[in-house]
Structures are given as structure tokens and as C-alpha cells.
Design a protein around this ligand. Structure first.
Ligand code: KIV
Ligand code: NA
Length: 276
């Protein structure tokens, strides 16, 4: 399948055809996501939690993002890949420019995602002007989880809902080509999607968005330390993996594995001579 472009995503959202996005952080998972036919891959900084075992996305570094972006890119040549700028890698416009360029040039990103609304308008506009396609991310923004007071739904009261709505407008004006809405009420997501021309990608933001994203490990049931309300587990691969690993250990212990079909043969005559 041909790699989709930003124009394809705009067209899909205009025609109300849902956009599918899944995270992937390495060669093999990106390959599976591409095989499944997802429209986009996100190398999210959620990798800090589900792959590296951090408590939040805050500790994730540029080097870690690049390491995983490169691997995911190698596994999915025909899929549009978005890579997250990690926390504090875009504290200034200069940093943002430098680090976003690295994600594109070294990491193979087709676009770069950053969290924030009005406060990053100028920065997003500068990156877009420099030629880097930008995806916005508002609502629950995990990089500022301490400020938000924990992983919880955003935009339920008037002030917060109004701010998120205006953040969406500000980002569209800045030139971002797509917007992730995380953990906000369904009706707010619907109103934003209606009010702006760029596609919205929801996670915990209802089906009133132009598309959806889920974390690979969440949707396959590979990470159960914390399962948000908005996650649907399409399988429990973590449980299946533990069962398979247990069977392997048991087979080794009882000598059942490796069997003859897993072993190599040598001529009897050679064997008879090697210790002579
Ligand atoms: O890092 C990530 O996986 C994300 C998605 C949850 C949108 O930002
Ligand atoms: Na992220």
C-alpha cells in the first residue's frame, strides 16, 4: 500500500472516513501495525512508560525518542510516522527547531507532535514555517501531568472546556495539520472537530473525532500497570505471552525442548574420528 500523505488525511476527514493511528516503538511492532493497515504510526513518548518502565513520560529524552523512531521507521516504510517531541525538548523555539529537525532528519519522522495550546502557538507556527509538519496535542497532556494534578479527564468545567476549545483554534491558526484530543468529554471533542478544518485524532475523546489513536501495548493487553477508562483491550497478549514463556521453561526443565527437529545432524563417521 502507498504511504498516505497529509492531503490524504485531510481528504479522509472531509469525507468523514475515520483515520486510524496506533503507536509503535520498534521494528517488529511497527511492521505489525503496517501489516494491519493502520493509516498512521505514532512513536509516542508513551514509550517511556510502556517500554522503558518510567512512571510518566517526563523523563523521556531526545536520544530515546530517536532510538525508537529509527527502529519503528525501519519496520514500516510505507506508513506515515509521527514522532513526539519529549518533555523540555521544546522549551524554546530554538530547541524546538533543532530537536524537531533531528526527529525528521535522523529519526525518519514524517511529522512531529508536541503538547500544548495557545502557549505553543508561536513555536508551532515557526516550525511549520520552517517546513516541519506539526501535530498538536491538547486536553490531557501527559508531559505536564503534575500541573494537571494526575491522569484525569480535562475540560469538564467551563474555564477548562473554553480554554481547550480556544487552544484548538490557536493551533489550527498556527498551521498544525492535525490535532490529538486526549481525555476530554465527547461533546467538547465533537464541537472542536466541527469548528476546525484539520482532522482531530481522539484518545478518550469519543467517536466524534476524525480518527482515533491507541497505545499498542494498551490495545493488545501488553501493559496492565495502569489501564485508563478510554482503553479498549482487543486482546490479552500479555497473559498469552506469560503462558507461552511458562511452557517453554517447563519444556526445557523436562528435556522436551529442544526436540530432534530443532537439532542439527552430523555424519557418524566424522564423529567417530574427532577424538582420535
Ligand atoms: O505518547 C503517546 O502515545 C501519545 C498518544 C497517547 C496520543 O501521545
Ligand atoms: Na505522547
Amino acid at each position: 500500500m502507498m504511504k498516505k500523505t497529509i492531503l490524504d488525511f485531510w481528504k479522509m476527514s472531509r469525507q468523514q472516513e475515520k483515520i486510524t493511528m496506533v503507536t509503535a516503538y520498534d521494528y517488529s511492532s511497527a511492521g505489525l501495525v503496517e501489516k494491519a493497515g493502520a493509516d498512521m504510526i505514532l512513536v509516542g513518548d508513551s514509550l517511556g512508560m510502556v517500554v522503558l518502565g518510567y512512571e510518566s513520560t517526563v523523563p523521556v529524552s531526545m536520544e530515546e525518542m530517536l532510538h525508537h523512531a529509527k527502529a519503528a521507521r525501519r519496520g514500516a516504510h510505507d506508513t506515515f510516522v509521527v514522532v513526539d517531541l519529549p518533555f523540555m525538548s521544546y522549551a524554546t523555539i530554538e530547541d524546538a527547531m533543532h530537536n524537531a529537525a533531528r526527529l525528521v532528519k535522523e529519526g525518519g519522522a514524517d511529522a512531529v507532535k508536541m503538547e500544548g495550546g495557545e502557549e505553543i502557538r508561536e513555536m508551532a507556527a515557526a516550525l511549520v514555517k520552517a517546513g516541519i509538519p506539526i501535530v498538536g496535542h491538547i486536553g490531557l497532556t501527559p508531559q505536564t501531568i503534575t500541573k494537571l494534578g494526575g491522569f484525569k479527564v480535562q475540560g469538564k468545567d467551563y474555564d477548562s472546556a473554553r480554554r481547550i476549545f480556544h487552544d484548538a483554534r490557536a493551533l489550527e491558526e498556527a498551521g498544525v495539520f492535525m490535532l490529538v484530543l486526549e481525555a476530554i468529554p465527547a461533546k467538547l471533542a465533537g464541537k472542536i472537530t466541527e469548528a476546525i478544518d484539520i482532522p482531530t485524532i481522539g484518545i478518550g475523546a469519543s467517536n466524534e473525532c476524525s480518527g482515533q489513536v491507541l497505545v499498542y501495548h494498551d490495545l493488545l493487553g501488553l501493559y496492565d500497570k495502569f489501564v485508563p477508562k478510554f482503553v479498549k483491550q482487543y486482546d490479552t497478549l500479555g497473559i498469552k505471552a506469560v503462558e507461552a514463556l511458562k511452557r517453554y521453561c517447563a519444556d526445557v526443565r523436562t528435556g522436551v525442548f529442544p526436540a530432534e527437529e530443532h537439532s542439527y545432524k552430523i555424519d557418524e563417521e566424522i564423529m567417530n574420528r574427532i577424538d582420535k
